[in-house]
Every structure is written in structure tokens, then in C-alpha cells.
Design a protein around this ligand. Sequence first.
Ligand code: ARG
Length: 584
Amino acid sequence: MQNLTELLSEKAAAAFAAAGYDDAYGKVTLSNRPDLCEFQCNGAMPAAKQYHCAPIAIAQAVAAKLAQDGAFSSAEAVMPGFINLKLSPAFLSAQLSAMAADARCGAAGTPVNRTVVLDYGGPNVAKPLHIGHLRAAIIGESIKRLYRFFGNTVIGDIHMGDWGLQMGLIIAELHARQPELPYFDPDFTGEYPAEPPFTISELEEIYPAASAKSKEDAAFAAEAHEATRRLQEHERGCYALWKHIMAVSVADLKKNYAKLNVSFDAWLGESDAQPYIEPMLAQVAEKGLARESDGALVVDVQEESDTKELPPCILKKSDGATLYATTDLATILQRERDFRPDKILYVVDKRQSLHFEQVFRVARKASLVRPETELQHIGFGTMNGKDGKPFKTREGGVMRLETLIADITDFVRGKITENQQVADSDVDATAQMIALAALKYGDLSNQATKDYVFDLDRFAAVEGNTGPYLLYTIVRIKSILAKCGKAAGTAILPPVGAEEKSLGLTLARFGEEMENAYRDSAPHAVCAYLYELAGAVNKFYHETKIVSEPDEERQAGYLALIDLAQRMLETGIDLLGFRAPEKM
Ligand code: ARG
């Protein structure tokens, strides 16, 4: 379906033409003065420059034409040359009924022939998922859903940190603890055990222990480096151990991401980029981009138009070791070969923006991607505690994601049990849904680049700008529909009451609000709109007797209206990555 402002713009364009002006000036937008009008057209001002006359004269001529169109209850020219528009109730009702009959609630939905690789997650294998990875997962998942909703083919890639020194540390520590394992026996030629020699909890304890030890024990640190090197050469025993570490960690990661309602299409990682490092370096060399600097291999990325200094991108250290940037560049080559993406979008902490700037520039210079392929980094800020510092456990340690989710769920469960609206058997599932809504909305309602403060009391409140408030509104609509005991139709009547019209106008914006959020990769815009929508629903509900309305046709119109609101709210929260319960 066509967006409402597009439809109104066509009418305004026709009016400009009918008044003798270029129809290109007929662009209608939502009003920025909702107290004065619902929509506005500012085209008379630029038109006045072309036609050398007063903008108000043009605005008056165009408004006179628009006033004849049944779509508007008023079309007014105001100084210096604005055209203020209000929709007629009949036109609004026709528009809303068409939206209600549309499976996408009126949101435009032409599939675009575009493949996007979305790089989000970035957990480091064998280290527990922590809060730092939370935002990547929550924001990335929502952006993925927005892209899909608007017809893109999206490949969500988790891009695990699964290669390098952290793996060597684990292998070295395992060697110290269980030297008898066959993986460490160079003469062993048999088949290695299918069972891993550790559990996930052991693995999670091993990494920090090994990391701490390597800082104090130089011999151990050297052993870890040696193990890393042997792994990178695919030495049989090391490689078999690495496979075990991967299998155990990935199973655990899948479980944790599932709790967050986050899923990936590609479970690739830094290790998968390794075969592409040499071809990538060759391509860089072929273009004559690399130079030696103190034994290291670097590419200059500074450009004349830069206002600040951009250090060269280091591809190899003087000892031959490759770096984070090397892997990211190799990954670009791998993605280009496997997926031929039109865009690669990275949802990663904003503190890595210099890294991505360097990587993107090298990728362009070396033509690792086609010139038309877009590379974009969406950097997000930090989730802080109430003290304004990065969120920690009460003991001051790094908060694990699992613990955080469990804490929020317990908190919410307590509230649900108190309210006694939910059957005992549904309490757990409901608590999980509300907790996820609280957590995700608390995050997503902030502009991604900004830091925000994690505040459980506020996030989990049913009142205010929160996820649970949206769920509560959905549950309320469901309960009204159930009370009336009728299936809602799609015929929405011309509004009579002020809150009814205001709700209708809010619903009418759905398509373009979602589209703008998609265009700007801005889940916070989805949140802001849904909050407004929920507010309009609740105001309408308080003003209107829906269940006891004696006029059947009127009641059916109300039900169609709130049913459309519910579908939009549910579509919206699905784009944010959470769902609503039946009761709460
Ligand atoms: N593993 C990295 C980290 O924890 C994040 C990876 C982000 N993605 C990327 N392609 N560099 O910081």
C-alpha cells in the first residue's frame, strides 16, 4: 500500500499543477505543528522563488484547489506561505479501512533486490557472554528485522571471536591441568575422543584463570603463544581440542541467544576468515597499497579531505602476526565471495569506529568489494549502571548476560504473582516475555549511539515509556475484543470523537514511521512511535464505552479500530524483537 503522505503529496502535486505551477512542489509531510494541522505542504515558499511572486499567493491558489478535494476537511494558506491540511473523517476512515484490510497494515512492502550481511553479536568463544555483547545482539536483531520487513535479503552473521591468543591460552591451561590427554601426545595417531574433555562451566572458568596466569607467568604466556601458533598451523591435537572448545561454546551461545530471541543465519567467526588472509594480502599488494613500517606491513588510509589524523591500518606486525583489522578485511573478501552483498552492516561498539573507518578504506582501495557495495558501521554506546559507569554486578565484577536475564525475570515474576492475573502455569512464560520486553525496550528506546543507564524499576514498570507498557496495551485490547466476543472486521468508521480521530491519525502514520525507522536503522524511532500509538489507544479507551456501545455498527467500527492498533503494536514489537503474552 502507498504511504499516506505519498498519497497526499500526489493530491498536492495535482493542485499545484491545476493552479498553474510546477507539480514538483507538491510535497506533503506530517505536521510539525499538530496543534494547527495534521499535515502540511511548504512547497509555496520555494515555488515563489521560481515564479517571482509572494509565497502566500501561491499557497492560497493551491489551498483553494485542495479544499475542493474530499480528502481534506480543511486546506488553509497561512503566512508566509504554508498550506495547513486536515483530513476529512470520510477520507481517514477509507484510508484506515484499507490499512486494516492489508496484511502489512498499510506499510509499503515491495521486495528490494538487495542482499545485506549484518555483522552483529561478536561474542568471544569460551568467554561468557557479557553485557558488552548485549547491545550488539539487541540492536542488531531489530535492525535485521526492519531490513527484512522492507524486503531485503539479510544474512545475520554472528562473527565470533574464535581464533587467536584466547584459544592458545585455553589449550595451554588444559595442558597444565590434564597433560595425559591424547591431544598433547605428539605420537598419538588414533582417533581422538568424541566427548569434549570439559564442560561449559569448566571452560568458562579456565579462560579467566589462564588469562590471569599468563600475566604473571612468562613461561606460561610463551606456551600459550606457542599453542596459538600450533593451532593456526592446524596441528592435529590442537585443532581437535579447538573443535571441542567450539562445539561446547557454540551450544551454550545458541542457548543464550535464544533466550534473547536473537538468531543468526551464519555461525561464522574469525577462524573462517583465515583462508582469506593470504588472498586479501595479495590483492592489497597487487594494488601497491602496502608499505613497510618498522618491520610491520601497513596501508595508509589518510585522505586529503580528512580533518583529523587517521593512522595507517596495520595488516601484519613485525613478528608476522596478523591483527583484528587483517581478519576483518579477510572476512570482507569471504563475504564478497560467498554472498556478494550489496551492503555489509556492522553493529559494533562505537569505540571501534576508528577500526572500521580504517578497514573500510583499505577494503575500498584494494577493491575487496564492488564499488557500489555499501559498508556501514553502526556504533552503539555503553549500558551504564546508576552510578554512570559501565554496568557491573553488585560485587563490581563483569555481569553475565545469563545472570542479568535471570535477575530481570525474577523481578518481573514477583510482580506478576502479586497481581494474580496470570494462571500459575503461565507465570514463567509470561515473566520471560515481560522481562525481555523490559530489557530490550529499555535499550532500544535510546538512540543507539548514546550511552544509557540500566534501571530495572523503570524498565519493568507498566506505566511510562516502557516495553511492559506496550505489552499491557496489547493485552488490554485483546481483553476488550474477547469481552465483546466478536471477531473484529476491517470497516473503520469516520471518527466522531476527538480521541477517536487522534488514534486514527496516529494509526495512519504506521507505514511511514516504520519506513523511516528502517531507512535510518533506528529502532528507537519504532519505540517512539509505538509509545505514542499505545498512548492514543489508552486515551481512546478511557473516552469511549466500547464494550457497552449499543449501536452494533459503531461498536464494530471501534473493534476494527483497536484491532488494527493491536496488529500494528504487535508488528512493531516483533520488529523490536519481543512478543506479548495473552494476559499479564
Ligand atoms: N569480537 C569482537 C569484540 O568482542 C567484536 C566483533 C565485531 N565484528 C567485527 N566484524 N569486528 O570486540
